[in-house]
Design a protein around this ligand. Structure first.
Ligand SMILES: O=C[C@H](O)[C@H](O)COP(=O)(O)O
Ligand SMILES: C=C(OP(=O)(O)O)C(=O)O
Length: 334
């Protein structure tokens, strides 16, 4: 008999409900936007973390409605982040800790998290996901259309190998200090074939052979200083060109670019919208940390469903005008 800490196999959890047929289409669309074959702007928006699946679905449905309204200019993707990398310690997300209290019931987290991802995908939105733990990737990757390797793991060989194997565009974030070279090297590494250990569908450890991911790209998330302004974007494009990589970036309005202050995200988006309207074609996408209510809350006791328990997010009412602004800027860019 498996004890309660034994995890289900990937096949046991991925076999339950049919895969949304749209995932392949979403990945191809996002790839075309990043390669600038599609003139639209990628907008990755959503909560810093999902702690209450019902409330996050409420958010997803609102975002799906808005995505439809702006579909001529924006390709909107839901941040469906179920794992959190921590600087030192803290809640690590719904997948590894679904009861939000450090008990770490990962088996329940995998089932609950996957069920959330399937419900979120049913809204019609493509899903974004940060791959924090390479083992857990095998339980969710089939539902993800845009992946991220975060600022705290971008130097890690297992993450680069995983990115080289994953079948969706992967954003490599500049590291926490703001240095770009680690992320540029991560894009180069992910573009190559690798052989590394992973988890097979039947749960056995296996040797994986990757072909290399041609759609890995840079995400500017700021560091000790922001890097969303036109001069920083130009410097990033030069670094990409010097490394022989396509000059295209996604810019994160949160994290180091807003000093983790959600109130600063609108100013970052305004600056990016001005760059885009002015013709900055290499800005292929933006990222916004947005949720139902403005701000965040400490994780103690029973958390409010509509308020982030990790980084502060911009509330829904303040998010909609930003989508409008980005759609308009993209239309002007032509
Ligand atoms: O995006 C979320 C956080 O910035 C990230 O998980 C790190 O958080 P921490 O510095 O509070 O640990
Ligand atoms: C942790 C995140 O970002 P970063 O890696 O840029 O800190 C995130 O997007 O949730």
């Amino acid at each position: 008999m498996p004890d309660q800490d034994t995890l289900p196999t990937p096949a046991e959890v991925t076999g339950g409900r049919p895969l949304p047929e749209a995932v392949g289409r979403h990945r191809a669309t996002i790839d075309a936007v990043l390669a600038r074959r599609d003139r639209r702007l990628l907008v990755v928006a959503g909560p810093c973390s999902v702690h209450d699946p019902e409330a996050a679905l409420d958010y997803a449905r609102r975002l799906a409605d808005a995505a439809e309204r702006y579909a001529d200019d924006l390709v909107v993707v839901l941040r469906a982040y179920l794992e959190k990398p921590r600087t030192v310690a803290g809640w690590t997300g719904l997948l590894p800790d679904p009861t939000l209290d450090g008990k770490g019931d990962i088996a329940t987290g995998i089932r609950r998290g996957r069920s959330f991802l399937l419900d979120a995908a049913a809204t019609g939105l493509p899903l974004a996901y940060e791959f924090v733990d390479p083992v857990l990737a095998h339980y969710v990757a089939d539902l993800v259309s845009w992946g991220a390797v975060g600022a705290r793991t971008v130097a890690s060989q297992p993450h680069r190998h995983l990115a080289s194997w994953l079948p969706m565009p992967i954003g490599m974030k500049n590291c926490v200090s703001g240095r770009l070279d680690t992320a540029v090297q991560a894009i180069q590494a992910a573009g190559l074939p690798h052989t590394f250990p992973g988890v097979a569908a039947d749960g056995r450890l296996t040797t994986l052979h990757s072909a290399g991911n041609p759609a890995a790209h840079l995400v500017l998330r700021g560091g000790v200083a922001p890097n969303y302004d036109a001069a920083s974007v130009a410097a990033a494009l030069s670094a990409l060109r010097a490394a022989g990589l396509p000059p295209r970036v996604v810019v994160d309005a949160a994290h180091g670019n807003s000093g983790k202050d959600h109130n600063r995200q609108p100013a970052v988006i305004a600056d990016l919208a001005a760059q885009i309207a002015g013709g900055a074609n290499a800005v292929a996408g933006v990222m916004i940390e947005s949720y139902l209510s403005d701000g965040n809350q400490p994780l103690a006791g029973e958390p409010r469903p509509e308020l982030s328990v990790t980084d502060p997010c911009l509330g829904w009412r303040r998010t909609v005008p930003l989508l409008e602004q980005l759609a308009l800027a993209t239309r002007r860019r032509g």
